[in-house]
Structure formats: structure tokens, C-alpha cells
Design a protein. Structure first.
Length: 360
């Protein structure tokens, strides 16, 4: 089954064709980083305008790269939330239009849920479904807008254990990079400079690391870096980057491993843009090995926003009889929520309860 996926939740215009939930036939991503770099962040109006200009060409390129035509597509999927409202509408409406024209099923996908399953949906092993020895999984979603820890027992079977109560990890990276005068996006810049610095140079706080909950907080860490920079104007930026990065990584890894042990998990997975960070991958891999846990991470190109993960998850939704009504609206502030239980109605006209964006 060939599923065409469309993703326009933020500043990447992406379309992909995935077969049977595991084989990526194409995955075209047009990034807008250069457009938004002068502003130090994503400008919603610019993002939606560029989505509108690019969406048709990106979808055509995805079909061409897959060596398929619209006649070969069995279903169409698109992100309906969370994200920027004006950006979501472009991809969502494009996908609906294609599905209506082709008279094919349409599936609306929660962008965060797609990140959740991306490390193993697209592995190609066992048709994309983990074997019994991999489950249950503690999954860490870390990106610019999300830091979520979830317990996963199967596709469509997950529950949130904890999430950030303020800044997400990716937001903290971008904000610290900005106050240090580094480029945008900040994560890659900090990762690169941290390789030349000392992780032990500055004792930044590990916020909520010892808190019994599985929630996260990075706002205080960001403020600590700000005060340190003001008081130590001659400090090496490489040491600041390395020490800050280590503080973030310690909290992410520490919470994930504690959750895995407490819930008897066999594996830990990580997804989202921050999961590309080299120190995060190194430390998570080391600690997982020490505790006999399997580590699942997506390829770097599948960690940032992309349509392949949208199409892949849509396959399993469709396989289980779940489709979306064409009246489905964009849900900019939707959370991960609780997965739809087995046997639930097939028409997904309503998403999980909407929550303020800062709570995602």
C-alpha cells in the first residue's frame, strides 16, 4: 500500500511516499532555515507564504522520486497539528484536495505522535513493527517545541509519563545560542562548539532531575546561562556550550533511564530534532548499554520535520480502520494525548483535548 504524506506544521514543506508503513520510496523536504535565519526564529507569515508557493512542486517531486503517479496512491495523509495554524492549513488542505480528487481515504496525523513512532516505524524490520523483545519502550520526544516522555506498548498504545512545564529542550538550545550570539538554529551550533569545550567547566543546574515526576524544566537552566554570561564576560564560549549541553543531556537521559527501569521497559527510543545532538546520542547509548536496554533512534534526516513519518504512521491507522473526515480542522495546540484504544470508531473527527501551546 502506497501512502502519500504531507507535512507543513512549521517551516519545512515536505511530501513523501511510504509503502506498507516501512519502506520509504521518497521523502522530499524543502527547508526554510535560510529565510528565517535573519529573524532568529520562524516567522509564521513567511512560513505559510512559502508553503503555499512550494507545496505543489514538493508533492510532484515526491511522486517523481518514488517513480509513481497519483494513480498508484492508495491513501493520503497530512499533519493536522500541532504547529503553526497558517502553516498547517496549507498541507492539510492540499492533502484533502488530493484525496477527494482521487476518491481515496484521508488520514489526519498528529505530528507529535508521528515523531513518537518514527524510530521504529521506518526501520523496515518486521514490516516496521518491533518484535516482542523490543516492547515495552520508553520514548523521548525532544524537539524545538516538545519534550515528552511516553510509555509505549505497541502502535497506537502509548501514554504520557511527563513533559516540559516550560521551555522545551530545543527552545532552550535556540535561546542559549541566541544570547551567545550564535547562529540559528542554535542546536547544531552549540553541538559543534561543545566538542571543543569542557563539560565540567561550569556547574549549571540539572533542573528537576531528582524530582520524582517525569516532567522537565529548562527555563531555569537558560536563565542560569544568561546570568553566568553577564558575570563572566571573558569565559570561553566553547566551555559554556559544553557545560550547558551536558546539563540538558543529563536531565533527558536521567529521566528516560529512570522511567525505563521503573516501567520494566526493554528499550528506549528518541526522536525529534534534539535527538540528533551528538552528545545526547553518545550518552544515551552508553547508559542504555549499561542497563541492558536497546536504543532505537531514527536516522538524522527523519528526526526533523518530515512527511515520511506522517505517511508511515498513517498506514497503521488505515490498517486498523481509522480514517479522518474531510471536515477535520487544523489543531495548532493539540497535545500528544492518549492513543485511540482498540475497537474505537474508525472516523477520527475529533482529536485529543486542546491544551495551551506551552503545555505541549
Amino acid at each position: 500500500m502506497n501512502i502519500l504524506g504531507v507535512e507543513t506544521s512549521c517551516d519545512e514543506t515536505s511530501a513523501a511516499v511510504v509503502r506498507d508503513g516501512a519502506r520509504i520510496l521518497s521523502n522530499i523536504v524543502s527547508s526554510q532555515i535560510d529565510i528565517h535565519r535573519p529573524y532568529g526564529g520562524v516567522v509564521p507569515e513567511l512560513a505559510s507564504r512559502n508553503h503555499l508557493q512550494l507545496i505543489d512542486a514538493v508533492i510532484r517531486d515526491a511522486l517523481a522520486a518514488a517513480q509513481l503517479t497519483y494513480a498508484d496512491i492508495d491513501a493520503v495523509a497530512a499533519t493536522y497539528g500541532p504547529g503553526l495554524a497558517s502553516s498547517l492549513l496549507i498541507g492539510l488542505n492540499a492533502a484533502k484536495g488530493i484525496a477527494l480528487t482521487l476518491e481515496k481515504p484521508f488520514i489526519g496525523i498528529n505530528h507529535v505522535e508521528a515523531h513518537l513512532y518514527s524510530p521504529w516505524l521506518l526501520s523496515g524490520r518486521n514490516g516496521g513493527i518491533p518484535s516482542a523483545d523490543v516492547l515495552p519502550i520508553i520514548s523521548l520526544i525532544v524537539s524545538g517545541g516538545h519534550t515528552i516522555l511516553a510509555h509505549v506498548t505497541g502502535i497506537g498504545q502509548h501514554r504520557i509519563l511527563g513533559q516540559t512545564i516550560d521551555d522545551a529542550a530545543g527552545e532552550a538550545f535556540d535561546k542559549v545560542a541566541k544570547l551567545l550570539g550564535l547562529g540559528y538554529p542554535g542546536g547544531p551550533e552549540i553541538d559543534k562548539l561543545a566538542k571543543c569545550g569542557s563539560r565540567e567547566a561550569i556547574k549549571f543546574p540539572r533542573s528537576m532531575l531528582d524530582d520524582p515526576s517525569y516532567n522537565f524544566s529548562f527555563s531555569g537552566l537558560k536563565t542560569s546561562v544568561l546570568y553566568y554570561v553577564r558575570k563572566n564576560t571573558q569565559a570561553h564560549v566553547e566551555d559554556i556550550c559544553a557545560s550547558f549541553q551536558e546539563a540538558v543531556v543529563d536531565v533527558l537521559v536521567g529521566k528516560a533511564i529512570r522511567a525505563a527501569i521503573a516501567h520494566g521497559a526493554h528499550s528506549v527510543s528518541a526522536s525529534g530534532g534534539v535527538s540528533i545532538n551528538s552528545r545526547f546520542r553518545e550518552k544515551l547509548g552508553t547508559v542504555c548499554a549499561e542497563h541492558g536496554l536497546r536504543l532505537l533512534v531514527a536516522d538524522s534526516q527523519l528526526c526533523t520535520d518530515n512527511a515520511a513519518m506522517i505517511a508511515a504512521l498513517a498506514y497503521y491507522k488505515l490498517r486498523d480502520g481509522q480514517t479522518s473526515d474531510f471536515s477535520l480542522e487544523a489543531a495548532p495546540s493539540i497535545g500528544l494525548g492518549r492513543a485511540r484504544p482498540p475497537g474505537a470508531p474508525s472516523i477520527m473527527t475529533d482529536g485529543p483535548a486542546v491544551r495551551p501551546y506551552h503545555e505541549l
